[in-house]
Design a protein around this ligand. Structure first.
Ligand SMILES: CN(C)c1ccc(C(=O)NC[C@H]2N[C@H](CO)[C@@H](O)[C@@H]2O)cc1
Length: 469
């Protein structure tokens, strides 16, 4: 099976290499320079986790999480963002019936984040369609049973890799029926869009909810690539944007490309989407990043590091190109790996630098306990030290670039100032034990929250340099 992965990967890498060589001869597209903004219009740098994969399999569809977990995460890493996993099966347990008790329990957990200054993005999560794809419910999450139509086609249980379930006839048919590729279920996409309307209606006035990630890692079934992204996927997004905007004019809407290929660096064909909110658009692009060499089982060391860095370059160029087409800011909705593998911390640093330099928010996959996450068996792992990184939580202007120089212990925030408010910077204890100093403006240090708030003049391009107090 590992050989199969390698063959598949070699083909994709060859395609990327071809594209990469061609792309290398063109100017790299400039960073989109667009940001998700808060209600005051300040640019937000979203830095957080996916919370949590456990929601996929809990009977109530809620992540295994306590308020103490949120408190520990803030104390250890100063994050300001969470991609919070929802399950359609829990939102709409039967057609047209929305479970407000479930949404109230989600609201309780959002409050844990709100009191600590977090922004919450609600993610309608699915993998493999839903847990109804096998009788024993061993695979899949997201969609309810009543929306799962496999038309009697088989799904062989016991797949050696979970991704292979996507290629099973029954799973492809479940997706084909949802996208109405079969013509047999024209109602399902409307139901999905109306489920989002119910969620948006419940959370539209919650100041912590920054927005909605409409579908996790969409899969087109028998329709793939540009035909899928510009066809049924774009249709679903337009339907859902309209339903959400009918009740919620202000929350951000986050749109993902198809996962296959784009996660690794291949281009997405996702088109521009109009935002009918009657003001500046609040549509963001939310890809994922899983470098193929690592997906194929390699580590970020030696020769594979060079290959991985090359695929990161392709991923960056293709993502920036799609974001430019969409006129949208970028949130990296998922990236992650087994932190016990050689080179893992270096890769996370590399991706944090990439997101800083290219105006992207980021959510690590995932917050769950274990070797991928920040905590394993209750103890802090290597990710905590890497993710406790100085960063501007909010910027009183349009950021041009953010550079964290660990050797010089210097954070430089270059931005075009405007009247949107002060710049707030998180400074971890490891590198800023006594807080920080600002090279311009007036600064106030909140030792409890570890946030330096810098008030600067409100026009012109500024280079704000933060150094240890
Ligand atoms: C064949 N298809 C459609 C496919 C293959 C592989 C992934 C994947 O690895 N995704 C990366 C991570 N994202 C999910 C949660 O969103 C995690 O379970 C994966 O590790 C996705 C789709």
């Amino acid at each position: 099976m590992k050989r199969l992965r390698w063959v598949a990967g070699a083909v994709v890498l060859a395609v990327l290499a071809g594209g990469g060589v061609a792309a290398a001869t063109r100017d790299a597209p400039r960073p989109a320079g667009r940001y998700v903004t808060d209600d005051d219009g300040r640019a937000l740098i979203l830095h957080g986790f996916n919370t949590a994969s456990s929601a996929k399999s809990t009977p109530d569809g809620l992540p295994e999480l306590s308020e103490a977990d949120v408190e520990r995460e803030y104390r250890d890493m100063g994050t300001n963002f969470v991609r919070f996993l929802l399950q359609w099966r829990a939102v709409e347990p039967s057609p047209g019936t929305y479970d407000m008790k479930y949404l109230d329990k989600v609201a309780e957990r959002i409050a844990w984040y709100r009191t600590r200054g977090y922004h919450v993005m609600l993610d309608m999560h699915q993998d493999l369609w839903g847990n109804g794809i096998t009788p024993s419910k061993v695979a899949g999450n997201g969609a309810p049973q009543w929306a799962t139509f496999m038309d009697g086609l088989p799904v062989a249980a016991g797949q050696p890799m979970w991704e292979l379930y996507y290629l099973e006839p029954g799973v492809i048919r479940a997706f084909d029926n949802f996208w109405n590729t079969t013509g047999g279920h024209p109602d399902l996409m409307d139901r999905y869009a109306r489920a989002w309307k119910a969620v948006a209606d419940r959370f539209k006035d919650d100041p912590a909810v920054i927005g909605y990630d409409l579908m996790n890692e969409p899969w087109g079934g028998s329709v793939q690539g540009a035909a899928f992204e510009t066809g049924p996927l774009a249709a679903l997004y337009r339907k859902t944007i309209a339903e959400i905007r009918s009740v919620d004019p202000d929350s951000w809407i986050f749109l993902e490309p198809q996962a296959v290929g784009v996660n690794w660096g291949l281009p997405s064909a996702l088109p521009y989407f109009d935002d009918p909110r009657g003001g500046p658009a609040r549509i963001a692009f939310a890809p994922h990043l899983y470098p193929l060499p690592l997906d194929l089982g390699d580590d970020y060391t030696a020769g594979s590091r060079e290959w991985t860095d090359r695929t990161l370059g392709w991923w960056r160029e293709n993502i920036l190109r799609t974001a430019e087409r969409m006129k949208a800011p970028i949130l990296l909705g998922e990236f992650g790996l087994d932190m016990t593998r050689p080179g893992a911390a270096d890769l996370v640093e590399r991706i944090l630098d990439l997101t800083d330099e290219n105006a992207m928010g980021r959510a690590y996959w995932s917050r769950d306990p274990g070797s991928w996450g920040p905590y394993d068996k209750g103890r802090a792992g290597p990710l905590v030290g890497v993710y406790a990184r100085p960063y501007p939580r909010a910027v009183g202007g349009v950021p041009v670039r953010v550079v964290w120089d660990e050797k010089a212990v210097k954070l430089t925030i270059t931005f075009d100032a405007n009247e949107t408010g002060p710049t707030e910077v998180y400074l971890p204890a490891a590198t800023f034990p006594k807080g920080g100093e600002a090279s311009l403006g007036t600064a106030a240090w909140d030792a409890g929250k570890r946030i330096l708030t810098v008030t600067t003049k409100t026009s012109g391009r500024l280079d704000l340099v933060i150094t240890p107090a």
